[in-house]
Structure formats: structure tokens, C-alpha cells
Design a protein around this ligand. Structure first.
Ligand SMILES: NC(=O)C1=CN([C@@H]2O[C@H](COP(=O)(O)OP(=O)(O)OC[C@H]3O[C@@H](n4cnc5c(N)ncnc54)[C@H](O)[C@@H]3O)[C@@H](O)[C@H]2O)C=CC1
Ligand SMILES: O=P(O)(O)OC[C@H]1O[C@](O)(CO)[C@@H](O)[C@@H]1O
Length: 377
């Protein structure tokens, strides 16, 4: 069995590639990072360390291709793959789409393409990019043979600091949930992948708890002078503000999906413990990366805040505070953070938020964020 996985980064090596290989796939990593691909081909294996546990896992049966330099080989690999996955970041999906279109158009058997990104409807969005960029004669085959099941992926994999390029340290916890109904052909059998009929409660619970909480720790942590998530979690002020934001996003999830309060509190508590893992060093700059994407209308901050206004009919003060902290986030090494600050300079913080979050001019969330910005001043 063959797997093609786009993105040999933290989640690619530390999570998805590892499960695929364990399930018996010969995994080809596709990336644009020459050094990573060369090392994968040279070593043919790498090591995963489990944070806080004296255990490591060997991943072998792997190879690598550079998608910028070995396009034909990538297209061939895609045409022959039994499963295709991605973990490249939401903004890269449109960039890998033409290669996917070509590879999928050359197939004669069904295959599933699973985008393992932090976003709602990631595989669906990838499918749209593929169809938009496919040649007209390629579309029929793609539509007939390629399934694009959406997925939720949960495992914290910080940036790596090992001497060798491939070793990756991850938290022991993981969850990979995939939409069963969108699968074409045989269901993939991967230990650790859970197939469900309705992905929505899983992806929303994950994105609006793990990622909302993490973003709160990153932006508030940064505002209060912390460099790592662990430091931010040791600051009782940041911790209690983050807990407040999770109570707000949780209130919406409980109303929408019928989780009990006790069940949901248990889920929140487990996540906070994961953030506090003393053996994981995760920078606030990694977790807060790409703030324009994170302030998007469907993403982890604005969506639960807007839904809190709609479902609970109260002001989401804590989420508004995190959004305010995100608007104040400065990091010249992060292109989106610099772009956001330029927009804030031009339009003011609320004007910038209105644009990136696609809010109406008089949206009550703008007033709530304004109140919080004043309290930061
Ligand atoms: N790191 C984590 O803990 C988690 C990350 N995710 C999601 O996984 C995705 C990847 O995140 P990370 O692995 O952390 O990022 P990363 O930056 O470590 O890995 C991304 C990889 O994609 C590669 N890439 C960039 N452009 C490419 C292209 N055109 N073709 C092929 N490869 C390309 C990069 O070179 C890099 O190796 C993101 O959507 C993220 O939200 C989801 C859950 C956990
Ligand atoms: O990967 P993104 O969407 O930039 O956000 C970082 C987030 O993703 C994770 O890496 C994994 O869910 C979290 O650590 C963090 O909440």
C-alpha cells in the first residue's frame, strides 16, 4: 500500500506520516524543503519522541519528493497512491492543487485525499482548489474517483530543536477524526483514525476548544510578556482569562451539540493539562502564527464569539479580550502579523478586525472588542 503525504513538517512527520507508516503504507513525503527531503531519502527513517514519556517510536518505509523540482515523480506517485494526505497549512492548499489535479486525473481507481489542517472543511476546500485549477478534460475523472473527506486533527507538535533534521518530539495524545460519508471506494484502515458520519461536532469542539484555548494562551501570553505556552499557563492571570474564553466557546458547543456540562468541562481540563505538559516547549510565536487567518470569520476566535452572541445572547467578554490581544500582537518575523499591524495602522484596530473577520459595520462584537482594547490601553 502506498501513501503520499504533502508536508514533511511537524504534523506530517510527528503525526500523520507516522500513523500511515504504522498502518503498513509505504509513505512518500512531498515537500518544498530540500534539506528535509534529502534527509528523508538519505536516512529512510526517523524517530518520534513522546514528550513526558521515556519512549520513542521509529518510523521507516519512507521516501521523499520535492514538489517544486520533481513534479512528474509526484504526479506518478499520486496516480498510484492508495491514500493521499496533507499537512501544509490552509494557505498552501491552493498551491498544491495543480499537482493534485494532474495526479488524480491520471488515476483509474478511487482514492481519498484528506487535508489534515486546522480548519473547518479543509478537504472540501482543497477539492474546490483542485477543480478550479484542473483542466476541463481532467475534471470528470477527478470527480468520479477522488473522495475528499474532511478531517479533524489534534496533536500538539511544537517547532523542533534537535541536532538532526528529522527527529520530532510530540505530545503523547492524538486524535484524527475523518468524515466517513465522503469516502470513495474502500475505507482506509489506519489504526488511530476514527471514521464518523458527522464530523461537525468533532471539528468544532476541537477547533473551538483546543485551538481557541491555545490562541488565548499565545496572544494573552505574549501581551503579558511570556515566550512559551508553559510560561503563559503558569501565569494565573492568563490561565483564568483563557478559562473564561473556553467557558464562552464551551457554552455554544454545549447548546449546539448537546454535550453535558460535566463532559465538556472534562474535555477542557484535559486540554489545559496538555498545554501544561512540562516536557513540551512551545513558543507563543508558533501557536499565535498567522493572526489574520486566526481572526478569520470561520476560525477559532471570531466564530465562537459571534455564535456566543447568537446562542447565549450575552457579550463574549473573554473571547473579545483574546481578539483584542490578537489585534495587538506584533512579530516582524511573522508575515501575517506584520500585515495585520500595517492594516491596524491604516484602518484602526476595529477597522482591521471588521475587514479580516468579515463583520458588518455595526456588529456587536466590534463594540465588545473595543471595550477590551480600552482596558489594555
Ligand atoms: N503542529 C501542530 O501541533 C499541529 C498542526 N496542525 C496543522 O497541520 C498543518 C501543518 O502544520 P505544521 O506541521 O505545524 O507546520 P510545519 O510548518 O511544521 O509543516 C508544514 C510543511 O509544509 C511544507 N510545505 C510548504 N509549502 C509546501 C508546498 N507547496 N508543497 C509541499 N509542502 C509544502 C513546509 O515546507 C513544511 O515542511 C497546519 O494546517 C496546522 O494547522 C494541526 C494540528 C496540530
Ligand atoms: O496550526 P495553526 O492553525 O497555526 O495553530 C496552531 C495550533 O495548532 C496546533 O498546533 C495543533 O492543534 C496547536 O498547537 C495550536 O492551537
Amino acid at each position: 500500500m502506498r501513501a503520499v503525504h504533502f508536508g514533511a513538517g511537524n504534523i506530517g512527520r510527528g503525526f500523520i506520516g507516522a500513523l500511515l507508516t504504522k498502518a503498513g503504507y509505504q509513505t512518500t513525503f512531498v515537500d518544498v524543503n530540500d534539506a528535509l527531503i534529502d534527509e528523508i531519502n538519505e536516512q529512510g527513517r526517523y524517530q518520534i519522541e513522546l514528550a513526558g514519556e521515556n519512549e520513542s517510536i521509529q518510523v521507516s518505509n519512507i521516501s521523499g519528493l520535492n514538489s517544486a523540482k520533481q513534479k512528474e515523480a509526484v504526479v506518478d506517485a499520486l496516480a498510484q497512491a492508495d491514500i493521499i494526505t496533507t499537512a501544509v497549512g490552509p494557505n498552501i492548499l491552493s498551491i498544491i492543487a495543480p499537482l493534485l489535479a494532474e495526479g488524480l486525473a491520471n488515476r483509474s481507481t478511487p482514492v481519498n485525499v484528506i487535508a489534515c489542517e486546522n480548519m473547518i472543511g479543509g478537504s472540501e476546500q482543497l477539492k474546490n482548489h483542485v477543480l478550479e485549477q484542473a483542466k476541463s478534460e481532467q475534471k470528470e475523472n477527478i470527480l468520479a474517483l477522488a473522495g475528499f473527506p474532511n478531517a479533524a486533527v489534534d496533536r500538539i507538535v511544537p517547532d523542533q530543536t534537535h541536532d538532526d533534521l528529522l527527529t520530532v518530539k510530540v505530545e503523547p495524545y492524538f486524535e484524527w477524526v475523518v468524515e466517513k460519508t465522503a469516502i470513495k471506494g474502500d475505507q482506509p484502515e489506519v489504526e488511530g483514525m476514527t471514521l464518523v458520519d458527522d464530523l461537525t461536532p468533532y471539528i468544532e469542539r476541537k477547533l473551538f476548544t483546543v485551538n481557541t484555548g491555545h490562541a488565548a494562551a499565545a496572544y494573552l501570553g505574549n501581551y503579558y510578556g511570556h515566550e512559551t505556552i508553559k510560561e503563559a499557563m503558569e501565569d494565573s492571570n492568563v490561565l483564568s482569562k483563557m478559562q473564561g474564553a473556553l467557558q464562552e466557546s464551551g457554552a455554544v458547543l454545549i447548546k449546539k451539540y448537546g454535550f453535558t456540562e460535566a463532559q465538556h468541562q472534562q474535555y477542557i481540563d484535559t486540554i489545559i493539562q496538555r498545554f501544561q505538559n512540562p516536557d513540551l516547549s512551545d513558543l507563543v510565536t508558533r501557536v499565535g502564527r498567522a493572526p489574520i487567518r486566526k481572526l478569520g470569520p470561520k476560525d477559532r476566535l471570531v466564530r465562537p464569539a459571534v455564535e456566543y452572541l447568537e446562542w447565549v445572547k450575552e457579550t463574549p467578554e473573554h473571547l473579545a479580550e483574546v481578539i483584542a490581544a490578537a489585534l495587538l500582537y506584533k512579530n516582524q518575523d511573522d508575515a501575517e502579523a506584520a500585515e495585520l499591524q500595517a492594516l491596524v495602522e491604516k484602518e484602526g484596530a476595529l477597522g482591521a478586525l471588521q475587514q479580516v473577520a468579515d463583520l458588518s459595520e455595526n456588529h456587536p462584537l466590534l463594540t465588545a472588542v473595543d471595550e477590551q482594547l480600552k482596558s489594555f490601553a
